[in-house]
Design a protein around this ligand. Structure first.
Ligand code: CP
Ligand code: NVA
Length: 298
């Protein structure tokens, strides 16, 4: 039984297969010769807001022949305290797969363990594997292999996005530079475990120098709203603007996983100048999600 719970646990060969199959699935959209989810019912169980992840999985499941139900965690008994492991054992007898967005990584892992159906991490506090796979797909579609290239992440270096980037870098062989204030850098123990070419610095200009990709994410992730004031203060300055882009390679890409907060992690002008890439990146969530689903059931 396959699950996509984190990039930490996803073997390199599977990562490469998902990325390669997404190329085919993107080309085949609208005329898939095989429908790997035919006759299946999948559940999306979300405990946090979502636009891209929800819609790309809902559309992707339908386009691969499956049926999908969206379950807001607050509207099922999880919201009233029913344990994940009980919910998982009930749903596992009815559905063929689950896509879960929540806070604790352990909840997704527990669901996978108890449900007995393929389970996808659609974002936890620890990782956002589906997003980073789509981002790498988008990079490779535009610039060729990511191996040996330089990716610079600017902003909250300890949240789910940079953590998934760390695991991708260590497996796919590219350099990752994280530019963040000391208190927003990933824990050293995690960096030691990943053992890739990953560096963390406070100097964002140094980190952007010669990069192939500049990447950012919100300063206040979902669930961190109580820390908003403190985060805006600490992270102010960790923003992608044209001056920073000028330090990267001349053909460097600028990406954002979205939603974007202009004037915070990226300025409006730089966002709009790179909108083509950013919205291709958003569209590619659909193609990569389909590839993940196909890999899970094959
Ligand atoms: N990037 C991303 O996961 O977007 P949503 O929160 O809208 O799903
Ligand atoms: N780090 C962000 C990612 C949103 C897609 C969050 O967790 O809110």
């Amino acid at each position: 039984m396959r699950h996509l719970l984190s990039l930490e646990k996803l073997p390199k060969a599977d990562m490469e297969r998902i990325l390669a199959d997404a190329v085919r699935l993107k080309k085949e959209r609208g005329h898939h010769p095989k429908l790997p989810l035919a006759g299946q019912s999948w559940a999306l169980i979300f405990n946090k807001s979502s636009t891209r992840t929800r819609v790309s999985f809902e559309v992707g499941i339908r386009e691969l022949g499956g049926q999908v139900m969206f379950l807001s965690a607050n509207e099922i008994q999880i919201g009233r305290g029913e344990p994940i492991k009980d919910t998982a054992r009930v749903l596992g007898r009815m559905i063929h797969g689950a896509v879960i967005r929540t806070y604790a990584q352990n909840d997704v892992e527990e669901f996978a363990r108890y449900s007995g159906v393929p389970t996808v991490n659609a974002l936890t506090d620890d990782e956002h594997p589906c997003q980073v796979l789509s981002d790498i797909f988008t990079f490779q579609e535009k610039q060729g292999s990511i191996q040996g290239r330089v990716v610079t992440f600017i902003g909250d270096g300890a949240c789910n996005m940079p953590v998934s980037w760390i695991w991708a870098a260590s497996k796919l062989g590219f350099e990752l530079r994280i530019a963040a204030p000391k208190s927003f850098q990933p824990p050293p123990a995690l960096l030691r475990r990943a053992a890739g070419k990953v560096s963390c610095v406070e100097d964002l200009k140094a980190a952007a120098g010669g990069a192939d990709l500049l990447y950012t994410d919100v300063w206040v992730s979902m669930g961190k709203e109580a820390e908003a004031a403190e985060r805006l203060k600490a992270l102010s300055g960790y923003r992608i603007d044209q001056a920073l882009v000028n330090l990267a390679k001349p053909d460097a890409l600028v990406m954002h996983c979205l939603p974007a907060y202009r004037g915070k992690e990226i300025d409006d002008e730089t966002f709009e100048a790179n909108a083509r890439t950013i919205f291709d990146q958003a569209e590619n969530r659909l193609h990569v999600q389909k590839s993940i689903l196909n890999w899970l059931v094959s």
